[in-house]
Design a binder for this molecule. Structure first.
Ligand SMILES: Nc1ncnc2c1ncn2[C@@H]1O[C@H](COP(=O)(O)OP(=O)(O)OP(=O)(O)O)[C@@H](O)[C@H]1O
Ligand SMILES: [Mg+2]
Length: 601
């Protein structure tokens, strides 16, 4: 394989576009209509125009030997052929484009939704390996590029070959009818010559188009990151750095774009030069064999009509190649394994009791290149939590607390070992059921740009104002929510930007109250409420954990008073498990953590 072949081997082929044509199935009627209008357009352009020039011109401008003079009415009838052919061509062109765009947009709408829904099912490790901005650009810019390719394929792949065949037929008819016109067929030899630049340029373009799409992703990524941290950028004086970062990326985008522009616009002039040479040969031959002008004009029109589709098909070939580059980026998402998915035959469990077991669990994060980190975030964790037990997990920052919690609702699966709920391996439970059973209040709560009510009620269809109000009251959030202008219907802004950190955390707690799941995961769930009265927070937590199996992750020891048992994690290992007094005596890590807090307070 030479380098170009090797390069092409890593790209999807034209055949990979085929499955997307199957998406046309629900739109067969408009698609068939589009094809029919495309055929009418092709015939009226390729055959109709030259044929009409050939047949009608001699009638309007009879040669001097013809003595028959046309009446005005007859003249009008002949002249009307011109607008008539153009009316047919124009209407069929419009209907073809309209219907084909309709079908193309429908197909792409499905591809876009497919990609989006695939993203919903991908494991968290996928997001470690991709920048958000790049993903944004794959879902928007790459699908748009693919759409462009599918549209131009569908638009012209019918019209142009039919135009081409029509024009060639017109040429053949004329060559047969008259003597000395056989040479025009020779001029068609210019067409195979066009194939070489079309292929070569198309392949180069595919490579450049991939580069361009990557730079588009890069540009979106810089913008996305910048817009996510406006406060940090200002307080750290990073404006100039950000502008220069954006400028650099913008320049990379510019040069990638210009490469695409170069290759996508070089083809048309190349083909025009080759075909103009063909037409010149035709004129030269016509002049030498002293053929009359009115016999030459239809030939030139037919030749032009046969060259034109070649030029268009060259451009389409380019567009398809760009589309294939985008398809490669889209397929990278679509082909990613859904490592965390519903089991093929899920075990049905009735009421969940809440017994949690970790059996020799280890976990490695994957690094951005997709390989597993050498360092394990969790080492051989074995642990059993009884229904209704409240367990506190403490440990230094980075010791693996959040990672451990994430295994429980299958945000991640253990690299080795098993996690069980009521003695059933989590991997055998329906994902929905598992995630319904676990209410988690994460370290950084995420709230949607919608009303307080919807944020609390998320994922649950039934809505009762009373229970939302109760949840808010239980989480000590009612006071501030009811003082807002629109109460529980007030919108809280993107990521809850209109609320304070403590208010966001209270809403996240209210969400957990509302869900009322048998298992609770509270990861630093009260860290932003430090300024609140200790006793108030304690009451909230007590009410929330009542009758539930709960994992409390907390830096603040006062908030783990509730726990029946304390587990100490250090460097991903359990170093102590028991009651405060015992582990304070036996575990140096715990002692150090506890004492440092005492000093702080
Ligand atoms: N997405 C990730 N990709 C790679 N490594 C990660 C990722 N998240 C966490 N880690 C690493 O795993 C280890 C455990 O992290 P984890 O978030 O579980 O700690 P933690 O005990 O919750 O810390 P903290 O108290 O600061 O919240 C850390 O060394 C961290 O650097
Ligand atoms: Mg954490």
């Amino acid at each position: 394989m030479n380098t170009e072949e090797k390069l092409n081997a890593s790209y999807p082929s034209m055949r990979s576009l085929l499955p997307y044509f199957l998406y046309l199935r629900p739109h067969l009627v408009p698609f068939a209509g589009a094809l029919a209008f495309g055929a009418i357009y092709g015939i009226s352009s390729g055959f109709g125009l030259p044929f009409m020039t050939d047949q009608v011109f001699p009638k309007i401008f009879p040669s001097s030997t013809d003595s028959v003079q046309l009446t005005s009415l007859e003249l009008l009838m002949y002249i009307l052929w011109f607008p008539l052919v153009f009316i047919v061509r124009g209407i069929s062109s419009f209907c073809n484009s309209y219907l084909i765009n309709f079908c193309g947009m429908k197909v792409l709408e499905r591809v876009r939704v497919d990609v989006f829904s695939k993203i919903q099912r991908l494991p968290l490790s996928f997001f470690n390996q991709h920048q958000t901005g790049d993903l944004l650009s794959r879902v928007t810019a790459d699908t748009a590029q693919l759409q462009n390719a599918v549209l131009s394929v569908s638009n012209d792949l019918i019209r142009q070959p039919i135009t081409f065949v029509g024009a060639i037929s017109a040429l053949c008819v004329m060559a047969i009818q008259r003597d000395g016109m056989g040479f025009v067929l020779l001029c068609l030899l210019a067409i195979p010559l066009c194939v070489f630049p079309i292929r070569r340029v198309g392949n180069l373009l595919m490579n450049k188009a991939l580069g361009l799409q990557q730079q588009t992703g890069g540009l979106t990524a810089v913008l996305n990151e910048n817009l996510a941290g406006p406060a940090e950028i200002r307080s750290l004086n990073l404006q100039d750095r950000e502008v220069s970062r954006f400028h650099d990326q913008s320049q990379k985008f510019f040069s990638a774009r210009m490469k695409v522009v170069k290759y996508s616009h070089i083809l048309t002039p190349l083909i025009e030069i080759i075909t103009a040479t063909g037409i010149s040969v035709a004129i030269f031959q016509a002049a030498r064999s002293s053929i009359h002008l009115d016999a030459v004009v239809p030939v030139i029109v037919a030749l032009y009509m046969s060259y034109e589709p070649v030029k268009k098909l060259g451009t389409i070939h380019n567009t398809i190649k760009q589309g294939l580059a985008s398809l490669k980026r889209i397929q990278e998402i679509l082909d990613t394994e859904e490592s965390i998915s519903d089991p093929p035959s899920p075990v049905s469990i009735g009421k969940i009791e809440g017994k949690i077991t970790f059996k020799d669990v280890s976990f490695y994060y994957s690094s951005p290149n997709g390989k597993a980190h050498e360092e394990a975030a969790l080492h051989s964790i074995s642990l059993e939590i009884q229904p209704g037990e409240i367990v506190a997990i403490v440990g230094r920052s980075g010791s693996g607390k959040t990672t451990l919690a994430g295994l429980l609702n299958r945000l991640q699966d253990p690299s080795t070992g098993t996690v069980l709920l009521d003695d059933v391996d989590l991997k055998n439970l329906p994902l929905n059921k598992l995630r319904e059973a676990v209410a988690s209040v994460p370290q950084k709560p995420f709230l949607f740009d919608t009303s307080v009510r919807e944020n609390i009620q998320l994922g649950q269809s039934s809505y009762s104002r009373d229970s939302i109000e109760n949840a808010l009251k239980n989480a000590n959030a009612w006071e501030f929510v009811s003082s807002m202008k629109e109460g529980i219907n007030q919108s809280i802004g993107e990521f809850g930007s209109r609320l304070s950190g403590g208010q966001l955390q209270r809403l996240a707690l209210a969400r957990a109250f509302y869900r009322n799941s048998p298992i609770l995961l509270l990861d630093e769930a009260t860290s932003a409420l430090d300024a609140d009265n200790e006793e108030k927070i304690h009451q909230v937590m007590k009410k929330l954990t009542e009758g539930k199996t709960a994992l409390l992750i907390a830096h603040r020891f006062s908030s783990i008073r509730l726990a029946h048992r304390i587990i100490v994690l250090d460097e991903g290992k359990i170093v102590a498990d028991g009651k405060h007094d015992d582990i304070y005596r036996d575990c140096a890590v715990y002692q150090a953590l506890y004492d440092s807090q005492l000093q702080d307070t």
